[in-house]
Design a protein around this ligand. Structure first.
Ligand SMILES: Nc1ncnc2c1ncn2[C@@H]1O[C@H](COP(=O)(O)OP(=O)(O)OP(=O)(O)O)[C@@H](O)[C@H]1O
Ligand SMILES: [Mg+2]
Length: 295
């Protein structure tokens, strides 16, 4: 099988809330699908925002097909996958039952392997890209996503707390890589809700890029701009590429997808690039001091 046909699983994660994980998941999925890839979105957030935007909420209710149902019954993904409102994008729906699963699995030895039966199926290989949207909690849902994923992508907002959020996320993922998923590979981070007219945003873009360079991980060239179209597209329950295909933000997501695709090569084997958490901690600390000095 050529690299083009390998399945790449990528989790979008940041322990900080509201950094555009869901918006980026949905819009990258649409952008990959527009290039002819078959995509699966796995919504691991009990709030189900990605499910809602991709038009899966009613179908999940009516059919009972959801990620939580699959986890509870040890079912493979094909048993619960729903079609979304976007061609070539399927969905494992996130529902509030996921929160119940977190409670039920507390204390279980295997609660970081919740996706094992969902993903261990031949049907996985009908998708070229699988994007996993997570919620900002250090719990068994996030641990399970990181355990089964090949790559992780960190959306960051250009603000003072971003370096601390980056450090926390990378340290957590490194722990998972060392102890349970040795091929977990950082794809990099993407700067979201960026306002190029805002001097603070430009300053934090510079800081994030410097921190990443010193800690040996990538920041994608395309920043995602702040845009009113995001809320409007959410209300219409559509990805931006379907709602406003010619908007700057839809174009940014297409270009970001173009940057990301060549890096997705299925499960990495052999030596994988790892971020330097010590340098990251030093750089994050230094940037925090810079912020205090500025204040
Ligand atoms: N580029 C953008 N421009 C303007 N608003 C945006 C942009 N991206 C996201 N938003 C808005 O910011 C809020 C948070 O976005 P989103 O839900 O994607 O973040 P999240 O990281 O998934 O949040 P959570 O941690 O709660 O899951 C939403 O109201 C969304 O509409
Ligand atoms: Mg979200």
């Amino acid at each position: 099988m050529s690299d083009n046909h390998k399945t790449s699983i990528c989790t979008l994660a940041n322990l900080k809330g509201g950094t555009s994980k869901t918006t980026t998941t949905v819009n990258l999925a649409a952008a990959f699908a527009h290039t002819g890839k078959r995509v699966l979105v796995v919504d691991m957030d009990p709030q189900g925002s990605a499910t809602e935007i991709l038009g899966g909420r009613d179908a999940a209710k009516q059919t009972g097909k959801s990620l939580a149902y699959a986890i509870r019954n040890e079912l493979p993904l094909e048993a619960v996958a729903l079609s979304s409102n976007t061609n070539n994008v399927d969905l494992l729906a996130g529902t509030s039952d996921l929160q119940q699963i977190v409670k039920e699995k507390t204390g279980s030895f295997t609660n970081d392997k919740l996706l094992k039966f969902v993903f261990e199926t031949k049907a996985l290989h009908q998708y070229q890209v699988i994007l996993v949207d997570t919620h900002p909690s250090r719990d068994c849902l996030l641990a399970s996503a990181l355990n089964m994923t090949h790559y992780y992508l960190i959306p960051v907002f250009p603000e003072p707390s971003s370096s601390r959020g980056l450090l926390e996320m990378v340290e957590l993922a490194e722990e998972v890589r060392k102890y349970s998923n040795s091929s977990l590979t950082i794809l990099g981070c993407v700067i979201t809700k960026f306002d190029k007219r805002n001097a603070t945003h430009r300053n934090y873009e510079k800081i994030i890029r410097e921190i990443a360079a010193s800690a040996n991980f990538h920041v994608f060239e395309n920043n995602i701009p702040i845009s009113n179209h995001v809320q409007a597209a959410e209300s219409a329950c559509l990805p931006l590429l379907d709602y406003q295909p010619n908007s700057t933000i839809a174009t940014s997501y297409s270009m970001l997808a173009g940057e990301i695709l060549p890096a997705l090569k299925g499960r990495r084997v052999g030596r994988i690039p790892t971020p330097n958490t010590k340098s990251l901690a030093q750089a994050a600390h230094a940037s925090a001091i810079e912020v205090i000095d500025e204040i």
